[in-house]
Design a protein around this ligand. Structure first.
Ligand code: NAD
Length: 490
């Protein structure tokens, strides 16, 4: 059984009222741990510890070089514990070992990226009229509240923690109540490398209690949230009362546009990867495939043929290509969307069921599912399902492809497959989305910004943009001729 505790002001803590919640392995429904169910009082202790550490300057007051050296040590420790982190991630989230292994490698790389970035030149100076010298410096925001979802328990945590700490902030972090296991290991690493007390705090528990306290508390200066759009709206409203800076990475219903002149097998291959990697529980999943009408039937046939061959199983089986959904609750949500699709009149071209055979019967497995005969108004086309469920739509020309692609409230990601370079770029430039690919789907980099247009969010993670989210901008004007201005005559 994994031992879970919260990390507040440099100490491992149970919830003050001793309450816990079970943490389940989604591949078999077994309890792997009991997580402390943090309270409002626990959250406040974490916030006050972060505030004190910030004000004392134990982190913001040391040099960028020193902070970078901590981040580099954290990266090395992530590498050292890579096998353990990978196994824990698979056990808690369900994802296949090879996906979890990628996440762990990326997490270490993210710490190294921000360790490098924070020691590089930044700020601006301006040529203003003598005798003034104007300049801008970037400073930490203060206490940052970081709230993450369950689909990449380790990596989503790191995408926030690494830049927030690099910038000199102190943090109050909340993992998803469904997947607190690898975040706990990450905080053990923070302790091991000797992060000063109170700099990094972790409170586990419910969004409505712990998350809400973080979003509303006046001593939290910024909230960085990744999760569903509905929760994001709620957090934005809550944070408005104390005028916190808000950064939101939210849901998506991303289009993947396949033109007839694309390399056919490449397009099919990436379209499968686009939706079924992570069992479709990926914010940028290519959950709407738009196919030019002249190759539509051929595409659907080949896509379905290959979707049916995906090996679904427990994440810790090396043969597994697609794991379970993260929880029973989420399984029920995805199955209800499949049922809704049927009721709306769409046709299930493959899949459509929970898998209950043999060793999978106690886990939360769903077949790779493809809907055809859909129209733009259907809920299965408009709403994020967040499971291995894709709709395949037909378009007749470039203009219609763009119209359909942009025809939801979301704007997170999108892909285009074509062998016509000019057309590929032309279409991408018309997509109202923050993350895009030409003849590819999903690869992303610590160096490049991640985030959405429209209701997919506000702000960007990663890259230089991701660091700036966690910085204030200060204008400094220095008088180089120290004498009275003489504005008033007496
Ligand atoms: P969720 O919104 O239910 O929960 C996310 C986090 O918010 C959890 O830690 C939860 O406890 C907390 N929370 C819930 N209610 C809260 C409240 N009232 N106040 C404060 N915090 C609260 O999302 P989820 O189901 O965990 O994750 C799936 C969603 O995350 C999907 O919509 C997916 O698209 C999105 N996501 C987006 C990105 C991105 O980069 N854009 C990345 C990963 C996941």
């Amino acid at each position: 059984m994994v031992n879970l505790k919260m990390f507040i002001d440099g100490e491992w803590k149970d919830a003050e009222n001793q309450e816990t919640r079970p943490v389940i392995n989604p591949a078999n429904g077994e309890v792997i741990s009991y997580a402390p169910e943090g309270t409002t009082a626990d959250t406040r202790k974490a916030i006050y510890a972060a505030r004190r550490a910030f004000e004392e300057g134990v982190w913001s007051g040391i040099s960028a070089q020193e902070r970078a050296s901590y981040l580099l040590k954290i990266a090395d420790k992530i590498d050292e514990y890579a096998d353990e982190l990978t196994e824990l991630e698979t056990m808690d989230n369900g994802k296949p070992l090879r996906e979890a292994g990628f996440d762990v490698g990326d997490a270490a790389a993210c710490f190294r990226y921000y360790a490098g970035l924070i020691t590089k030149p930044d700020g601006q100076t301006y040529h203003v009229a003598d005798p003034m010298q104007a300049m801008v410096v970037r400073e930490p925001i203060g206490v940052c509240g970081l709230i993450v979802p369950w689909n990449y328990p380790l990596l989503m945590s790191v995408w926030k923690i690494a830049p927030a700490l690099a910038a000199g902030n102190t943090i109050v972090f909340k993992p998803s109540e469904v997947t607190p296991v690898t975040p706990k290991k990450l905080f053990e690493i923070f302790e091991e490398v000797g992060l000063p007390k109170g700099v990094a705090n972790m409170v586990m528990g419910a969004g409505a209690i712990v998350g809400n306290e973080i979003a509303s508390h006046p001593e939290v200066d910024m909230i960085s949230f990744t999760g569903g759009t509905k929760t994001g709206k709620h957090i934005m409203k809550t944070a408005a009362d104390t005028m916190k800076k808000v950064s939101l990475e939210l849901g998506g219903k991303s289009p993947n546009i396949i033109f007839a002149d694309a390399d056919f097998e490449t397009a099919v291959d990436y379209a499968l990867f686009g939706i079924f990697a992570g069992s479709g529980q990926v914010c940028s999943a290519g959950s709407r495939i738009l196919v030019e009408e002249s190759i539509y039937e051929k595409f659907v046939d080949r896509f379905v043929e290959r979707a049916n061959q995906i090996k679904v199983g427990p994440g810790d089986d090396p043969a597994t290509e697609m794991g379970p959904l993260v929880s029973k609750e989420h399984l029920e949500k995805v199955l209800s969307y499949i049922e809704l699709g049927r009721q709306e009149g769409a046709t299930v071209a493959c899949g459509g069921n929970r898998i209950v055979k043999n060793n999978l019967k106690n886990g939360y497995f769903v077949e790779p599912t493809v809907f055809v005969d859909v129209n733009q108004e259907m809920k299965i086309v408009q709403e994020e399902i967040f499971g291995p469920v894709v709709v395949i739509q037909k378009f007749k020309d470039e203009a219609e492809a763009i119209k359909l692609a942009n025809g939801t409230v979301y704007g997170l990601a999108g892909g285009v497959f074509t062998n016509n370079g000019a057309k590929g770029l032309r279409v991408i430039k018309k997509l109202r989305a923050g993350i895009t690919w030409v003849n590819s789907y999903h690869p992303t980099y610590n160096e490049a910004p991640w985030g959405g247009y429209k209701q997919s969010g506000i702000g960007r993670s990663l890259g230089t943009f991701g660091l700036e989210e966690f910085q204030e901008i200060k204008q400094i004007n220095i008088n180089l001729q120290v004498e009275p201005i003489g504005w008033f005559s007496n």
